[in-house]
Design a protein around this ligand. Structure first.
Ligand code: ZN
Length: 149
C-alpha cells in the first residue's frame, strides 16, 4: 500500500481534474447552494430523490481543489443510496473531520472517503472538505443556502 497521504493527494488531484457528476439536474426534487466565504468556494447541488433513494445528483460551481474533489467524491458515494444512508455519511464525515471518528477503527460506511481525514491536519481546509456534505444535508432538509460561516 502506498502512503495514505500520497493516496489522498492523488485522489484530490484526480477528482479536481475530472470531477464526477458535474453539472445541474433539471428538473430536480432537491437543491441547495453552499458557500464557504473563507476560501471562496461556491457550489450548487441538485438531486433527484424518489422513493427515499438518491436516484441522481450533480454539483457545479467553483472553488479550491479540496472543495471540488470533496464534492465529486460526495456525489459518487451518495448516488443510488437511501437518503438515511446519505445522512449517516454526512454525520460520519463531520465526525471524522472533527476527530471523533477514526475510520480505521470505528465502524463506518465512509469507505474511500476516509482519505479525507488528512484535512484534519489542515484546519483552514476543513470547511472546504465539509462544504459539499453540509450542502447535501441542507438540500435533503429543504434548506436553500448553506454557509460554513
Ligand atoms: Zn476551499
Amino acid at each position: 500500500m502506498s502512503d495514505p497521504r500520497e493516496l489522498y493527494q492523488q485522489v484530490i488531484i484526480e477528482h479536481n481534474k475530472k470531477p464526477r457528476n458535474f453539472g445541474k439536474l433539471e428538473p430536480c426534487t432537491h437543491h441547495a447552494h453552499g458557500l464557504n466565504p473563507l476560501c471562496g468556494d461556491d457550489i450548487e447541488i441538485t438531486l433527484v430523490i424518489e422513493n427515499g433513494i438518491v436516484q441522481d445528483l450533480k454539483f457545479q460551481g467553483h472553488g479550491c481543489a479540496i472543495s471540488q474533489a470533496s464534492s465529486s467524491l460526495m456525489t459518487t458515494n451518495v448516488k443510488g443510496k437511501p437518503v438515511e444512508e446519505a445522512e449517516q455519511m454526512v454525520e460520519e464525515f463531520r465526525a471524522m473531520i472533527r476527530g471523533s471518528l477514526d475510520p480505521t477503527k470505528d465502524p463506518n460506511i465512509l469507505g474511500r472517503l476516509s482519505l479525507f481525514q488528512g484535512v484534519r491536519d489542515l484546519p483552514s481546509r476543513v470547511k472546504c472538505a465539509v462544504l459539499p456534505w453540509a450542502t447535501l444535508h441542507s438540500a435533503i432538509k429543504g434548506e436553500d443556502v448553506t454557509s460554513t460561516e
